[in-house]
Design a protein around this ligand. Structure first.
Ligand code: PLP
Length: 411
């Protein structure tokens, strides 16, 4: 078993890992089979509480739905956070179904089609403009519908946020409008019938370095101040300032959890020095996906074969990369490393052998744990992959090889 601090968030009872208080073998019976994803609503709630305790009280929390769009998860989070961020018309529907007020929904992402923009404007959500073309389209849509679209501009900053698992800002990007072009865009926007609310800067995902995130928050506040000075009346009053997110979670042996108190203290200072004096009316938002749900989910598979091959042991499970691509190392990792994995019904046994957990797909990429120490596991035992609550099922090629999709439950 890969020992990992997060294992402690799922208590062990009679050798069984429990999720939401339910032993994993009982949960498998309740679900009706394997493989499945289980998300723990209490762990999600605790994450929000942790953030509320560590961040300034006037920083609002937005949930980035793409991290885990399961409707029950979105519904649960809708009651806990201040707003939802969506990245497609499909996610928009899920967000609105949760009862969240359209005024508390934002829509980001490149390449929004006119149909999607129409849906967003008709719903009354805030559209985060990713290009000049999108601004023109929104003005046309607004005119056609007789509605003044609520818009913000996503800025591609003139700085880079190092240390992110996926960089989404700085340099040349398909995301946002380059900072140096934003003042001119805002002057054009002011001449059309768009209701300009403010700014959004999101520069990267999966960052575990608090110093880097603190610098990014300060640089973002400075950048927006500069843009507002240049754009003048076209940008004021700023009613919305989305500082992005990118808070990471530990996946690998040497990863350490993010230092949230440091981020909270820095945000307090940035707000006091830069944001509040310049933009007293701005709703300041942090937009988080992975950090809210990533550690709150597990992916559970069953061993269907146990093979020896030339001195190595393979545990073949009924799931694989078609459900949990990230754990196979094929979703944005440069060097493949093991996600934390355990035999969920043998949690009280010491590791006695080294085995690889492979999925049931006919490709060598389908590797869930490479040469890992486990207790002796048999056919029928349950392999649990941790850190599966974000970018799991919906970030995986479900159709690949034609196996059935897994069940998802929120417990
Ligand atoms: C994906 C995304 C997020 C969420 O990122 P996490 O790393 O999961 O917190 C937030 N904002 C935008 C615009 C995104 O595209």
């Amino acid at each position: 078993m890969t020992r990992h601090p997060t294992v402690e968030t799922y208590p062990i009872e009679d050798g069984q890992l429990t999720v939401g208080g339910i032993p994993v073998d009982r949960l498998a019976q309740r679900v009706g089979g394997t493989p499945f994803f289980a998300y723990d609503r209490n762990l999600i709630t605790k994450r929000v509480e942790l953030l509320r305790a560590e961040l300034p009280t006037d920083v609002q929390l937005s949930y980035a739905v793409k991290a885990n769009p399961m409707p029950a998860v979105v519904q649960h989070l809708a009651g806990l956070v201040d707003s939802l961020d969506v990245a497609s018309a499909g996610e928009l529907r899920t967000a609105l179904d949760s009862g969240t007020s359209p005024q508390r929904v934002s829509f980001a992402g490149p390449g929004k089609r006119v149909e999607e923009l129409t849906q967003a404007v008709a719903a009354g959500v805030t559209v985060e403009m990713e290009s000049e073309t999108e601004a023109e389209r929104l003005a046309e849509v607004g005119q056609r519908l007789g509605i003044r679209p609520r818009v913000a501009v996503r800025v591609n900053p003139d700085f880079q946020v190092k240390g992110s698992g996926m960089r989404m800002g700085g340099g040349a990007q398909q995301f946002g409008v380059d900072a140096e072009r934003v003042p001119a865009l805002l002057k054009e926007v002011a001449a059309t019938d768009l209701d300009f609310l403010g700014f959004h800067v999101f520069a990267g995902s999966q960052n575990l370095n608090a110093d880097i995130l603190c610098t990014a928050h300060r640089q973002t506040a400075e950048l927006v101040t500069r843009l507002v000075n240049e754009a003048g009346d076209a940008a004021t009053p700023v009613r919305y300032l989305n500082l992005g997110g990118g808070f990471g979670i530990p996946y690998f042996e040497r990863d350490r959890p993010l230092d949230l108190p440091a981020i909270g203290a820095n945000l307090e200072a940035v707000l006091a020095e830069l944001v509040r004096p310049a933009f007293p009316d701005a709703r300041v938002v942090l937009e988080l996906g992975r950090f809210l749900v990533g550690e709150a989910g597990v992916y559970v598979t069953r061993i269907i074969d146990r093979k020896q091959s030339r001195g190595e042991t393979f545990l073949v499970v009924d799931g694989g990369l078609h459900h949990q691509l990230a754990a196979s190392g094929n979703f944005g990792q440069v060097i493949r490393k093991n996600y934390p994995v355990a035999i969920g019904n043998l949690m009280d046994r010491e590791p006695t052998e080294t085995a690889s957990v492979v999925g049931c797909l006919c490709t060598p990429l389908d590797l869930l744990a490479n040469k890992t120490a486990f207790p002796q596991a048999a056919i029928g035992d349950l392999v649990v992959v941790f850190q599966a609550g974000a970018y799991g099922l919906t970030a995986s090629p479900t159709a690949f090889l034609g196996h059935p999709p897994p069940i998802e439950v929120l417990v």
